[in-house]
Design a protein around this ligand. Sequence first.
Ligand code: RB5
Length: 146
Amino acid sequence: MKVIIASDHGGVNLRREAADVLEELGIEYVDLGCDCEGSVDYPDYALPAAERVAGGEFDKGILICGTGIGMSVSANKVKGIRAALVHDLFTAKVTREHNDSNMLCMGERVIGPGLAREIVKTWIQSEFEAGRHKNRINKIAEYENK
Ligand code: RB5
């Protein structure tokens, strides 16, 4: 599995935690930054990362900003992206099982590093259940391709 990670200035610390978890799990990843002192614009990180997941270069992506909302709203504009904003372990698991989410978004101003690390682990290790959920994913793809 190959994962791409990115954050704006509001998510630098949680992005480092996410990178650390991926390393612990032995998962290959590319870190797009930001390595910024000042403020940057989250779409400048979310959109390139999402395009590289949608294009097949990466299997999954992890995006972090202050709330996770800007990252998830931006990433979900890219065709083929199902970005899930997650701040608890239940939805971390179920969004993989039911939505086949291919990007995980979190907010550094919302949750602490311990929970964020567990969310990354849970989300990465949970599998899509397909079955009745596949039909629902197909409907989203059909809408995107209209
Ligand atoms: C940046 O201040 C903040 O707006 C951003 O990190 C994010 O929370 C946007 O959704």
